[in-house]
Design a protein around this ligand. Sequence first.
Ligand code: SOE
Length: 381
Amino acid sequence: MPNQKPLNIGLIGYGFMGRTHSNGYKRVNDFFPELAYRPVLKAVCGRTAEKTQEFADQWQYESIETDWRKLIARDDIDAVDICTPNNSHAEIAIAAAEAGKMILCEKPLALNPEEGERMIAAVEKAGVANTVWYNYRRVPAVSLAKQLIDEGRLGRIFHYRANFLQDWTINEDLPQGGAALWRLDAKAAGSGVTGDLLAHCIDTAVWLNGSITDVSAMTETFVKERMHNETGKMEPVTIDDACAFLCHFGNGSLGLFESTRYARGHKALYTFEINGEHASIRWDLHDLHRLEYFDHADDSIVRGWRSVHCTDGDMPYMDKWWVPGLQIGYEHTFVHQVADFLKSVETGEPCNPTFRDAQETQQVCDAVLESARTRQWKNVG
Ligand code: SOE
């Protein structure tokens, strides 16, 4: 649309997340034509010029940089998108905020709450728009869950249960570190499944069910040593391969969370179930357009779990897509986040989760890891 204002994007890091975000930028205006802004893929930054150029050609970025500081210094960049390993989020975000750039940061926000605080201080001092890509909030069925809870349909909430199960690190010959496997290297990732997978579950939980007050956790590292891609030597593995925790929510409900990369047969099984006084809901990423809903107020002879296919136009985001009955998928959650971010730039309203919102997840992760380490209940924050 000619009357849309350009918003120049500088993407730092072009792995799997770089692709999901780029897809979001490219598709957003086709499906959200009312937006006042149009993302322009101005520059992508990576360490290797050749590979970065390949990515730029494939996704039609106008230019490349191999030094993120140069990208941030460019006058033609409005928003910096951080898709690098977790240990560089803070440094890049703080520099980007000081340069007056808007920031979209991959999850988790930071390595730890201390870094998170510094990032919040930087964006709030600079007054720049900021958001963290906890994309599962923007699955229509998950947004619908939020609506149902906020409408009071579940009544008092008693239980919140969530799992995020994978199996991709069972092979003990898998090395740690380097471009593709930084998630196994604690120096780059901060933690294992806690920051990578449970962070998603915690973000959704806090959004749907309010703050978590205290936790009791256990973690395990099943493969104790792996070859490190950078040193070529066997090195101790210091990430958590699996983590489970119990918690209390501020509203009095009880939480039970589990995540692992050792659940043979599960690739990305994110599920949650919430049990309230009047109704329960459950959701499964492998069937992401469905929200299962049980309402005790139903007539007893037809009472049971309903499988709500979230495709009608009155479901969150669904008026933007096809026609009732035809569903959308994982990649659309990123399109939705871009749309909400552009809207927030237009209105000046925050795009949730902001850095400050995402810090709550950071604090829960920190308490979980500390509880597992000390084998004690820990308060959050
Ligand atoms: C890890 O395998 C991973 O890609 C996470 O890093 C993502 O955040 C999650 O959405 C899917 O799994």
